[in-house]
Write a protein that binds this ligand. Structure first.
Ligand code: ATP
Ligand code: MG
Length: 617
């Protein structure tokens, strides 16, 4: 396992003879901030709010997605970080929909996001760290009141410049921006504000802007727009509003109203932080005991971290949506997509995603991450938890000449060598079996340790067989082979001679399945969706880098035991997971139906991105 990529050096290795310690991870920079805040009691303790942890310092985080698409693996990082901090420090975690733009948001996305956050273990609604489910749109009324307050304080105004005019007047680093409406009387702004609220003006007619600093070197502070007019139906507030708040104005207020302490976001918001702070400071100006504005509002701390940027995929919801709409993929949950729903469908266990996020760590420096690290985390979990089975993806028939026609030998197989409690299962051996086409070569090169004419090989946990003949079709293709078995090798081991050593050795072990008992199944094999490390880098269009061979569908044969246990759970949206020996980890796909088995290959056994794991390799 690779250590966390934060800047703190890992703890030094224990002496070789020291007892194996639980792997200690140094604190990431977010944990360091939280621990420093807790030590200084910056955010106070839970006190009367939470009598059961009255003396515990407050740590309150949130995950604030915009419901404009399905969540991807980058969001998984944010969910794990935020909910993980709440868990670790006895705090709370909120899920909040940042639903401030009616044009792109839909209920379908809200539902999928809730499902994905819960699946990853982000407990916002149950358990000791549940902070609750919130919608930014429920704060619109309150945000409007704060806007009126800022206008009255001379800190905001209604501006009637069009979007183009604002751009044209934004100035340069040395030339300040301008707006002819900046110094209009407060009463005039208040009147127009009320008219905006009442829907009296068309889209684009006016905006509310904060009066900050038209000459600021940080352009975000050059009187940023707080509201624009959008006449559109909203998934939560319906047609009540036709003015909608901008992110910078809304976000800090949402955090403040929920009592968030650490508002964690990605690096692109770093130069928005002065704005985040300005808005809350502006509201708090003049507030206090006896003030007509009331008491100061809570001022959370915004902290930025580097986005998760995986290679060989695209992540922005806009680009993912385009692939869904243009049917480049079968949907948001197409197993090749980088979405959480795709990963669940493909068989990734949620703990593997959590382990991966911990493994890559959290930093302030952007870097690309190879998703093979996520696949390794998936393998680690599946290795411990999945039953082993034998299935054949591309079958080649083998007839065992010296096996009695109707004899069935029921062999005992260990279900999971990593988990004794999983027990054993029966696997039938018969005269006709299938092996993998790739496991046979008529004229093999040196070092081909699988089956070849005249060669002997071990059938996994069954018998040694020797190939005695090859059957071909008219075109010369191998369509079947003949073999003999060695009855003394039952269980897959040669008998031991007088010297205590096995009487013979074979170099190769291959998997197999009884022809009479095999159950047909569709198996979907995946490769990366894109061929380029950074799709679109070359031509500017990520679609140009699509991998045309990212999906291969094969007609496989699976063990009867597997067919019986191949369940799909419609509630959890998870299919049962298995290891197909030598081929990888697979799970039952949602397209399975009675009489029609469909499996996805979750991952190969080895790093499939370095090189495709070949049977027998
Ligand atoms: P996208 O560009 O994919 O639409 P977004 O940032 O617009 O992403 P939001 O719904 O606004 O999506 O994001 C919700 C939260 O997830 C934010 O706090 C954001 O910082 C975080 N987030 C988004 N992408 C990543 C990423 N790649 N790595 C880590 N966190 C991310
Ligand atoms: Mg966003």
């Amino acid at each position: 396992m690779t250590g966390p990529t934060n800047s703190i050096p890992p703890a030094s290795k224990p002496a070789p003879d020291a007892a194996p310690a639980v792997e200690e991870r140094s604190l990431n920079f977010l944990e360091q901030i939280v621990e420093a805040d807790n030590a200084s009691k910056k955010w106070g303790t839970w006190g009367a709010k939470e009598p059961s942890r009255a003396d515990v310092p407050q740590v309150h985080t949130r995950f604030p997605p915009e419901p404009n698409g399905y969540l991807h693996v980058g969001h998984a990082k944010s969910i794990c970080l935020n909910s993980g901090l709440a868990k670790k420090y006895g705090g709370k975690f909120n899920l909040r929909f940042d639903d401030t733009n009616p044009a792109k948001e839909e209920q379908e996305y809200v539902d999928s996001i809730i499902r994905d956050v819960k699946w990853l273990g982000g407990d916002f609604d149950t358990g000791p760290n549940a902070g609750g489910l919130y919608f930014a749109s429920n704060y619109f009324e309150k945000m409007y009141e704060f806007t009126e307050e800022l206008v009255k304080k001379g800190k905001a105004y209604v501006c009637q410049l069009s979007g183009e005019e604002v751009s044209a007047r934004r100035g340069t680093p040395t030339v300040p921006a301008t707006s002819p409406y900046r110094d209009r009387p407060v009463e005039e702004s208040l009147k127009l504000l009320a008219e905006m609220r009442d829907g009296k003006h068309p889209n684009g007619a006016m905006t509310v802007r904060a009066k900050i600093d038209l000459a600021s070197p940080n352009f975000n502070l050059r009187d940023p727009v707080m509201y624009r007019i959008i006449h559109e139906h909203h998934h939560n507030t319906g047609d009540k509003w036709s003015m909608y708040p901008m992110y910078d104005w809304a976000h800090g207020l949402e955090d403040s109203m929920e009592g968030i302490t650490h508002s964690i976001c990605t690096l692109e918001f770093e130069n928005h932080r002065p704005l985040y702070d300005w808005f809350i400071d502006a509201i708090n100006e003049g507030r206090g005991p006896g003030s007509k504005w009331g008491m100061p509002i809570h001022h959370p701390q915004q902290i930025e971290f580097a986005k998760l940027r995986p290679t060989y995929t695209v992540m922005s919801k806009r680009n993912l949506l385009k692939m869904v709409e243009e049917k480049t993929v079968t949907g948001w949950d197409d197993p090749r997509m980088p979405t959480i729903s795709a990963m669940r469908r493909r068989g990734f266990p949620p703990e593997a995603l959590r382990n991966f996020v911990t493994d890559v760590g959290v930093t302030k420096v952007e870097s690309y991450i190879d998703l093979s690290r996520l696949e390794n985390a998936v393998r680690d979990v599946l290795n411990k938890t999945t039953p082993r089975t034998m299935s054949v993806l591309k079958p080649l028939k083998v007839t065992i000449e010296n096996w009695p026609d109707d004899k069935v030998d029921e062999l005992d197989f260990v279900i999971n060598p990593e988990d004794e409690s999983a027990g054993k299962r029966k696997v039938p051996f018969t005269k006709e079996i299938y092996i993998e086409q790739d496991d046979f070569m008529e004229n093999p090169p040196k070092k081909f340790f699988r089956l070849a004419l005249g060669a002997e090989v071990r059938l996994r946990w069954a018998y040694f067989i020797t190939c005695t003949g090859v059957e071909k079709d008219a075109a010369g293709n191998v369509i079947g082979i003949r073999a003999t078995y060695d009855p003394a090798t039952r269980g897959g081991d040669a008998p031991v001679g007088p010297d205590g050593k096995p009487t013979k050795k074979v170099k190769g072990t291959i998997h197999w399945i009884s022809a009479k008992h095999a159950v047909p199944a569709e198996v979907r094999l995946f490769d990366r969706l894109f061929n380029a490390e950074v799709p679109g880098d070359r031509t500017g269009n990520y679609i140009d880098d699509l991998n045309p061979n990212s999906l291969e569908v094969v007609r496989a044969l699976v063990e009867p035991w597997l067919a019986e246990n191949a369940k799909y759970n419609n509630e959890t949206l998870e299919g049962a997971r298995f290891q197909f020996e030598r081929l990888g980890y697979f799970n039952v796909d949602k397209d399975s139906a009675p009489g029609k088995l469909v499996f996805n290959r979750t991952v190969t056994l080895k790093d499939s991105w370095a090189k495709e794991a070949k049977p027998g390799a």
